[in-house]
Ligand binder design. Structure first.
Ligand code: COD
Ligand code: ATP
Length: 288
């Protein structure tokens, strides 16, 4: 294969891995509080097919992010993030068109857009920087910038994440991204690397590890209080105490937790988005 063809293929592979991570995430089951092929959970407005439509609609977006990362030659990576933010805002609109207004991947458009851009940049610049550090350089100052005027907005104008920042100081998706996705890079990915279980069971353990180590603003929004975080971390601890996906007790616990999330209308959307990123990293490292 000619050099240019090989190079093009390697960049196209980043796009394919991004789409695969979206489709793998929604396929994992039984995920508490989330849509999977068996049940929409506490999301009556979505099915697994909504997520398939959403994923396919985002191909051009991820290809645009990869292109931006591939051609970027500046020294200040904050400019690279600035280049892709408007592309992401447009991609959200494309996503909402594909889903008829349902929010399937708003968090993933942001987080996975950043990661695909960073991965393309790492490849093209032949940087020996870790992906985590490239992301941190791209997003330096993000939370200060995004939250600097939230106190001027009315309660109705605030998004869930902005409201929780004001109420609890929780930085949510922005704080996680600005730090280089530490929950993914330091907790979830090592769990995936060590797992010898079949892929669905491995990813259930990864999801529950993420739940035990992150502050999910989507969950707080659904519960109406930050107190839900301590409760959900205790559930993750109990799941692993029972052996996780490797034991019938662990799986029974997960099924019961699924019913509790349904009854209480709780969603783990942020944890699902971090699972998407972990799957993407697993695909990039040929772990899965
Ligand atoms: C940063 C964005 C996504 C935040 O939007 P918003 O305030 O509505 O989000 P909010 O904080 O309520 O959370 C959005 C979603 O993040 C996910 N999430 C919640 N908690 C977490 C967490 N701890 N870690 C990761 N994701 C999380 C959930 O799925 C949630 O639904 C938005 O402002 C934005 O910039 N969108 C444009 C897309 C974009 O910038 N793309 C360019 C690529 S960089
Ligand atoms: N498999 C999944 N099932 C459900 N939500 C998911 C899944 N994967 C990621 N998510 C994310 O979780 C969030 C879904 O939760 P929710 O429906 O509460 O969000 P929302 O649409 O912002 O809120 P609302 O429905 O109240 O307007 C979305 O941001 C979506 O991006």
């Amino acid at each position: 294969m000619k050099e240019s063809k090989a190079v093009e293929t390697s960049y196209n592979q980043i796009v394919s891995d991004a789409l695969r991570s979206l489709l793998y995430e929604v396929s994992v089951h039984p995920k508490p509080g989330l849509v999977d092929p068996i049940s929409p959970g506490p999301h009556p407005d979505m099915t697994v097919f909504t997520f398939i439509d959403s994923s396919v609609s985002l191909r051009n977006y991820f290809a645009a992010c990869v292109k931006e990362g591939q051609v970027f030659t500046g020294s200040d990576l904050k400019a690279l993030f600035k280049n892709i933010r408007p592309i992401g805002v447009e991609a959200e609109k494309v996503m909402f068109q594909a889903t008829h207004g349902v929010n399937t991947h708003k968090g993933a458009v942001f987080s996975l857009g950043i990661l695909t851009t960073a991965e393309a940049y790492r490849l093209s610049s032949e940087s020996d920087e870790s992906l985590m550090n490239i992301v941190r350089e791209m997003l330096h100052g993000l939370t200060d910038n995004d939250f600097k005027n939230v106190h001027r907005k009315t309660r109705d104008e605030l998004t869930a994440g902005e409201r929780e920042y004001l109420d609890y100081g929780v930085k949510g998706i922005r704080g996680e991204a600005e730090a280089g996705f530490p929950v993914v890079m330091t907790y979830a990915l090592p769990i995936l690397e060590r797992s010898t279980a079949p892929i669905n069971e491995s990813l259930l353990d990864v999801l529950m590890s993420i739940v035990g180590h992150s502050i999910d603003t989507n969950l707080i929004k659904r519960a109406g209080s930050v107190d839900i975080i301590d409760w959900v971390k205790a559930q993750a601890t109990q799941y692993f105490k029972l052996g996780g996906s490797a034991t019938p007790q662990g799986m029974r616990f997960l099924e019961e937790l699924n019913q509790i999330f349904l009854a209480k209308n709780l969603s783990l959307g942020g944890s699902a988005d971090l699972l998407i990123l972990t799957i993407f990293m697993g695909l990039r490292k040929n772990i899965i």
